[in-house]
Ligand binder design. Sequence first.
Ligand code: PLP
Length: 365
Amino acid sequence: MTAGRAAPRIEVDLDRVRHNAASLVAALGHRSISVVGVTKATLGHPEVAHALIDGGVVGLGDSRVENLERLRDAGVGAATTLLRSPVPTQVDLVVALATTSCNTELEVLRMLSVAAVRAEVVHHVVLMVELGDLREGIMAEDLDAVVRVVIGLPNLVLDGIGTNLACHLGVEPSDSNMGQLSSLADSVESTTGDPLERVSGGNSANLRWALASPDPGRVNELRLGESILLGRQPLDRSVIEGLHTDAVRVVAEVIESKVKPSVPSGRLARTAFGTARPPEDRGDIRRVILALGRQDVDPDGLVPMLDVDVLGASSDHLVVDARSEALRVGSEVAFEPDYAALVRAMTSPFVRTVVRGGSEEPDGR
Ligand SMILES: *Cc1c(COP(=O)(O)O)cnc(C)c1O
């Protein structure tokens, strides 16, 4: 068995990623909104980054300097934006690895300026504004004061403002909060006297608003990861028209396949992961165990691509009702992951990432 066939694995179809990126770039382009391709779910995978660039994104975004370093070391030349506020102890890495960083704290901006002077580089910044979701962001009423300080800091350039919704408390992008972002852009410009290059409306959760709103106002950028990789609207998991939902798949291998009862025998107590829901009695079923568990994925986020039912999961075992599928030891089952399942699988040392398509030779085949 070659490395490319080893399971569990994540399979990324680069042609489908490129197609998804290109579709969204085109649709948003009609509204004068450009796309920053977000690589964090793939840990800054260089070939995925190339597929995004080939799809027409204007730059790459990631939340971690380690991922930006991976991109740089692989020779990916695009402009990069660090999406998470810089960690104070990493400011030197940030100015070395990111063209731009998203910021909310003056203390950190001062440190970035010092680091940029030391490294003799110009570092670009986007100021993130709080518009209701209560994750990162400067309160709107404080923005003007921060802008006045930032434009005076050596070796920093203010590229724009941005916001992030729907990540912490699920606040939906709307004409109201996006309108607020537009007016803030206007008022920052009247403070600085310079046009803002970037008014970054948000992440994949903004897509529906950006494509449907009668007037996207000043918003001229979205930062998209999940929607490109999974082809779905994060707000309700609906398929985005024209996009592939199987650009990324999680594949696992069968290690046991036996006909067993559908209900347990014996007195029931808690499991290591809480209380299991009692199954209904459907007589004997073919219970299949896949070598995939909570250490590898979020099992609740897996949609099987075969007609099987996920019955439950522990750390290392995924138990499945094989229904009518002929699954034997060594058979493979593929799943479409949701975002939670994808990021956990990408981060698990037990799950390999296999890319195919794009300019590269198919890996391991
Ligand atoms: C992760 C992230 C994104 C991308 O989000 P997706 O849902 O993957 O499109 C955009 N902006 C910020 C600040 C992020 O942290």
